[in-house]
Ligand binder design. Structure first.
Ligand code: NAD
Ligand code: UDP
Length: 317
């Protein structure tokens, strides 16, 4: 495969660090740009000695001047507690970041992939969600800073494509989990695993009947690279997610069984605008990318739990 110079924004985060590692192993040169808001040097420490890997501490709300062949734009806090901590900054990251990276792609003639999200569907009225569903987002709610900035980023991508012929690829990622998630990330998989391993109560928001479809990170990274390498003119948006759908109570039960935890369930208030259901239709990814997720939830949890166990052990030392 041709050796490429690839910019990964958000490369020190959960998905970004897994992506950087894979792209580097495939013989590419990687520039990882990250402001370390939710990302960590720990996630990429093992890559820093590789002369084909370069870390730049920087923020995509500022213009970016780099020469590259491809751009993966992942920089954006993904967990509700983090993106809601400073909603204005989240919007600047989503919107100014997209503008700056599209400007860079135009200047360098680089192919650019946007990490969009199933959140563009909001609290979906159609189930499961195909790409042509236009969504149901509350524009003034507490999730809107994330959802709407991801929506406007998609708009910017398609306008740069139409106006300037920028070679764009847009993926809509559904809930993803795996090693290198932060234990204090606030997302359901990291919360439940950490709580179960520590013998604390598992915090279920609402009655736990809301559903999500969880994709293991290696499957997602496969799909992202397949999308980046897909045929010229295929822009997406394309859903990338595992169609296996579970209620939060079912997830809690699975985590308890695998960790052999005796933790009880503690019911907590449901956050505002929390989507009641979410499941991707992945026919387009199957057809265009020949991609299907391979890792079932139980197997993915078994691969993820030892990572959290190790982190908890380190915290105690
Ligand atoms: P993460 O929080 O672990 O990673 C995001 C990274 O972006 C972090 O390293 C953070 O420090 C960095 N970052 C944030 N704002 C930045 C800025 N202004 N400039 C430079 N760097 C910045 O989250 P993740 O789960 O790895 O998500 C990666 C991407 O995938 C995000 O764009 C997210 O919206 C998208 N996504 C993730 C999921 C999921 O389930 N994990 C689902 C849908 C979409
Ligand atoms: N959730 C939960 N307990 C937690 C964290 C989250 O029950 O400790 C619920 C949350 O209300 C939502 C689902 O799990 O319905 C997924 O939440 P997460 O923040 O992981 O992702 P998102 O809501 O962005 O899909």
């Amino acid at each position: 495969m041709k050796h490429k110079r690839i910019l990964v924004t958000g490369g020190a985060g959960f998905i970004g660090s897994n992506l950087c590692e894979r792209l580097l192993n495939e013989g590419n040169e990687i520039i990882c740009l990250d402001n370390l808001f939710t990302g960590r040097k720990e996630n990429i420490r093992h890559l820093l000695d590789n002369s084909d890997f370069e870390f730049i501490r920087g923020d995509i709300i500022n213009e970016v001047y780099i020469e590259c062949d491809e751009i993966y734009n992942l920089a954006c806090p993904a967990s509700p507690i983090h993106y809601q901590a400073d909603p204005i900054k989240t919007i600047k990251t989503g919107v100014f970041g997209a503008l700056h990276l599209l400007g860079l792609a135009k200047r360098c003639n680089a192919r650019i992939l946007q990490a969009s999200t199933s959140e563009v569907y909001g609290d979906p009225q159609i189930h499961p969600q195909p790409e042509n569903y236009r969504g149901s987002v509350n524009p003034i709610g507490i999730r809107a800073c994330y959802d709407e900035s991801k929506r406007i980023a998609e708009t910017l991508f398609f306008d740069y494509h139409r106006a300037y012929g920028v070679d764009i690829k847009v993926i809509r990622i559904f809930n993803t989990y795996g090693p290198r998630m932060r234990s204090d990330d606030g997302r359901v998989v990291s919360n439940f695993i950490t709580q179960a391993l520590k013998g604390e109560k598992l915090t279920v928001y609402g009655d736990g009947s809301q559903t999500r479809s969880f994709c293991y990170v290696d499957d997602l990274v496969d799909g992202m690279i397949k999308m980046m390498e897909s045929r010229e003119g295929f822009t997406g948006p394309v859903n990338l997610g595992n169609p296996g759908e579970f209620t939060m109570l079912e997830l809690a039960e699975k985590v308890k069984i695998i960790t052999r935890s005796k933790s009880e369930i503690e019911y907590m208030p449901l956050p505002a605008d929390d989507p009641t259901q979410r499941q991707p239709v992945i026919d387009l990814a199957k057809k265009e990318l020949d991609w299907v997720p391979k890792v079932a939830l139980e197997d993915g949890l078994k691969k993820t739990i030892p990572y959290f166990a190790e982190m908890i052990k380190k915290e105690k030392q």
